[in-house]
Design a protein. Structure first.
Length: 242
């Protein structure tokens, strides 16, 4: 028997002193949920983690085989929260500038956080994105895709990546990528592919599987712009830093 509990609160605060125009509070538990959230405008929040404005909080999704579809169109919007799920689909679309995305998936190994398919599509500049998955668990079979079009975007991702794939397609200048892939499974490695076109960029990539091989492919065209690229692959040694 499927059991679901969904609590959804939308607060309109255009006439208050709060910074946010719209706020969404979600607390969901149960399997098979299909959640579609869309916000249009400026300074909106889908709450959780570091929610401010009306202090929102929640955005807590617990369960398996769920689908989460987020569409945020505008500027200075925030998508913040915790996802505890296995075999779920996440579709995140952002159009606009100076937006914030901070998500952690199953850091306490409630559902093992494996088998998920996540897609992050970004069109705009000055955005900040942080996605951590399976930080103390295993994100096996994760299929993570980023398509980023714009400049001055910052992407930070930490994944316990045993057997997972992380693909980034970035088109724009002055973008920064910090990625750390860890893992201990002797029968599964991790794969990271970065395809970049644009001007100045900063890439700091670390693959730290301790008992297996990792794969890495970087294709970057940046002309004569100043750039920094650092790659560390470490399977048990003592590494130097970038």
């Amino acid at each position: 028997m499927m059991k679901k509990l969904i609590s959804l609160l939308v607060m309109l605060s255009a006439w208050t002193s709060y910074a946010a125009d719209n706020e969404i509070y979600v607390d969901q538990s149960g399997t098979g949920a299909n959640i579609d959230l869309e916000q249009l405008g400026i300074s909106n929040i889908i709450g959780g983690l570091n929610s401010t404005a009306g202090s929102v909080n929640a955005f807590d999704l617990d369960g398996n085989t769920m689908t989460l579809d987020i569409n945020m169109i505008g500027a200075t919007n925030k998508f913040l929260g915790d996802i505890f799920a296995d075999n779920f689909t996440g579709l995140y679309n952002f159009t606009g500038g100076t937006n914030s995305f901070t998500i952690q998936v199953d850091p306490t190994d409630t559902y093992s956080s494996d088998g998920s398919n996540q897609n992050v599509a970004v069109t705009g500049s000055g955005n900040t994105f942080t996605l951590n998955q399976g930080t103390t668990a295993i994100a096996a079979s994760l299929d993570l895709d980023w398509i980023i079009q714009g400049s001055n975007n910052t992407v930070t991702s930490n994944i316990n990546i045993d057997g997972a794939t992380n693909y980034m397609d970035i088109d724009g200048s002055d973008n920064t990528v910090t990625y750390t892939g860890t893992g201990v499974n002797a029968s599964a490695g991790g794969y990271f592919y970065l395809d970049h076109t644009g001007g100045s960029r900063t890439f700091n990539i670390q693959q730290l599987s301790t008992q297996d091989n990792d794969w890495l492919k970087i294709m970057s065209i940046s002309g004569t712009s100043a750039s920094t690229v650092c790659v560390v692959q470490n399977d048990q040694g003592t590494s130097t830093s970038c």
